[in-house]
Write a protein that binds this ligand. Structure first.
Ligand code: F6R
Length: 615
């Protein structure tokens, strides 16, 4: 949540900062702001409630000069979204400006102490405390900005990525990180700073990922310096080359990123699978697993921690690992796990599943398991993000940047990786026979083409969406591998259309939820030909008997459900464990078209942000 950008070089900083904010808007869009040291030496801050567009409008006709600046797009945590609480924040004297992503837990204590020293605060944010603290340390110790930031980081408890500028030194940005991401782009005589690499890629593909507890000193025209905040020792700088293209960050002719990302899935899954299933379909290669073969062979239990959509993918992972590896699996909400007192043993493997690789709860859950001696494995999308850097090993899903706030291609990428992992571990353990492995592996290779076929039915789903746009409640039902699909379908609808929807195991419905069913409450039922198909058919009958409308997702050629349901969407036949990859597509499209019909902001739904780096 929240995105920060910085620039120092010879170009006009404003243009780079604004473009960067647009790229990071998916991380929060409650307000945005920029701070630049102008050509005449002023520290100008312009900020505005709402999206970056509002800021651009506000900044028109202002002094936008200066080749150094920092910027921020906010997802509000402390204080309502308004102009005053927007970042950057000034220090009391107006000399220093700061942007922050994260939360400062001890801000009330710090605020009280600063108030006693004569500081007053204009905003309700925790961030303003940081900038005042830095100025206070600088003035009382008569020290450099770097020393003040280093000292402040020792007093601040919480998560932060900060960037700070001092009007009296227009040639320097100081940045620091603890638990919130920060990437520095290294250009020709210029540096870029951002919460992720997307604002940087159009200028340079050379980046340095700042580690927790590090402070960067970014001086114009000088070599980048990174220090350990506690010891003040110089850290070794590792330059990483980004493998990302600008095209991946654009809408490419689609009206929304979400639609683009839904339609990208045949290609993203082909990329995800590429090089990982042998040409003869007889083996799976995932080096992060193979290099730790013994760990997986001796695993007593797998614990998967995740949030939101990733948690739904994790539930599918449980079926996969239990079916093919015969390893007991528990799936935990990361936010619950991290504050529980879990029994974690040395033979346990904890899998942290996260698109962004930055979700605060997932990161904390993995740290907890690590401290208890578990082997921690990450399945993430964003390369170089915090989770892959904190794990013992892992596997990227390689689906490219996901910008729409509602997760789509990451979900199918996660399920695909979990499927490949379960086959590989099953093969290593001897719990999956060669025939099953070959069938499922070759089915995984068919998935991109099958998804392409389903996407070809988008007009049918668009028409269906028109019928249900004005429903106030929805029920999503599924069983087995497709119970998590029902949860995911409901979440997609809720988050982008703001229609209430509940995902439910189809058979559980009769223990209470069935009371809700009437003519106004449509049920989306995933009724593909699996081992509980007949039971699901019964569940559909139960809904129909109460006057409920049924949209059924069925296996191609199904006639039984077709006769029963009000509307039917067919998906091709495939190994049961892979059906969630196919059923996800109509569910994503249905949610998308309903949200568009309702005029919702599909890519940036209210109250949400893509990367949840706060608790
Ligand atoms: C829903 C959605 C969220 C994320 C959740 C976890 O569409 O995107 O529910 O799945 O915030 O995020 P990651 O996977 O980045 O840890």
């Amino acid at each position: 949540m929240c995105g920060i950008v910085g620039y120092i070089g010879s170009k006009r900083a404003y243009d780079i900062l604004i473009q960067g904010l647009h790229r990071l808007e998916y991380r929060g869009y409650d307000s945005s702001g920029v701070a630049m040291i102008s050509e005449s030496g002023e520290l100008n801050i312009y900020k505005s409630k709402g999206k970056v567009e509002a800021l651009e409008h506000f900044a028109q006709n202002k002094d936008l000069s200066g080749a150094i600046g920092i910027a921020h797009t906010r997802w509000a945590t402390h204080g309502e979204p308004n102009d005053i609480n927007a970042h950057p924040h000034y220090s009391q004297s107006g000399r220093i400006a700061l942007v922050h992503n994260g939360t400062i837990e001890n801000y009330t204590v710090l605020k009280e102490a600063l108030t006693q020293h004569g500081y007053s605060f204009v905003s309700q944010t925790d961030t303003e405390v940081a900038v005042q603290l830095i100025e206070y340390i600088m003035l009382t110790n008569n020290c450099s900005l770097f020393d003040a930031v280093a000292e402040a980081t020792k007093r601040i408890v919480g998560a932060y990525a900060i960037a700070v500028v001092d009007r009296q030194n227009p040639n320097q940005i100081i940045a620091a990180r603890q638990s919130s991401p920060l990437v520095i782009g290294v250009g020709e005589g210029e540096y870029f700073l951002a919460s992720d690499a997307t604002p940087i890629i159009e200028y340079t593909n050379k980046v340095v990922y700042l580690n927790d507890g590090e402070i960067a000193v970014i001086n114009r025209g000088e070599e980048l310096k990174v220090y350990d905040a506690k010891s003040a020792e110089c850290s070794k700088i590792e330059i990483t080359e980004l493998q990302m293209s600008i095209e991946q960050l654009e809408k490419g002719g689609y009206p929304h990123f979400m639609l683009k990302e839904i339609f990208e899935q045949p290609r993203t899954l082909a990329d995800c699978i590429s090089g990982r299933i042998s040409a003869d379909g007889k083996s799976v290669v995932l080096s992060g697993v193979i290099e730790h073969k013994e760990r997986f062979l001796n695993a007593g239990r797998i614990i998967i921690v995740a949030c939101g959509t990733s948690w739904h993918a994790a539930l599918i992972g449980k079926h996969l690992f239990e079916d093919y590896c015969r390893i007991p699996v528990v799936v935990e909400y990361a936010s619950e796990f991290r504050y529980s007192n879990p029994v974690v043993g040395k033979n346990d493997i904890l899998i942290a599943l996260s698109q962004s690789g930055e979700t605060a709860d997932t990161l904390a859950a993995l740290e907890l398991a690590k401290a208890k001696g578990a082997f921690v494995f990450g399945i993430c999308n964003v390369i170089g993000s915090s989770i892959p850097r904190a794990t013992d090993s892992g596997c990227y899903i390689h689906v490219g940047p996901e910008i729409g706030v509602a997760s789509t291609k990451a979900f199918t990428g996660q399920v695909t990786v979990l499927a490949m992992m379960s086959l590989l571990i099953g093969q290593m353990k001897g719990t999956v026979d060669q025939q099953t492995l070959a069938t499922v592996a070759s089915d995984i290779r068919r998935v991109p083409a099958l998804i392409d076929d389903i996407l070809g039915m988008h007009e049918q789903i668009e028409d269906l969406a028109k019928i249900f746009t004005y429903a106030h409640n929805f029920l999503y039902l599924g069983r087995g591998y497709n119970y998590p699909s029902a949860l995911e379908g409901a979440l997609k609808l809720k988050e982008i259309s703001y229609i209430h929807a509940e995902g439910y195991p189809a058979a559980e419905m009769k223990h209470g939820t069935i009371a809700l069913i009437d003519n106004d409450m449509p049920s989306v039922v995933i009724a593909i030909k699996d081992n509980v198909y007949d039971k699901t058919v019964n569940n559909i009958q139960q809904v129909k008997a109460r006057g409920g409308k049924v949209v059924a997702i069925v296996t191609e050629g199904d006639t039984i459900v077709r006769d029963m349901a009000d509307y039917v969407i067919e998906v091709p036949e495939i190994s049961e464990c892979l059906t969630p990859l196919l059923t996800a597509i109509p569910l994503q499209l249905l949610a998308y078209y309903i949200a568009v019909n309702k005029g919702r902001n599909v890519d940036q739904p209210r109250n949400l942000a893509k990367s949840v780096t706060v608790e």
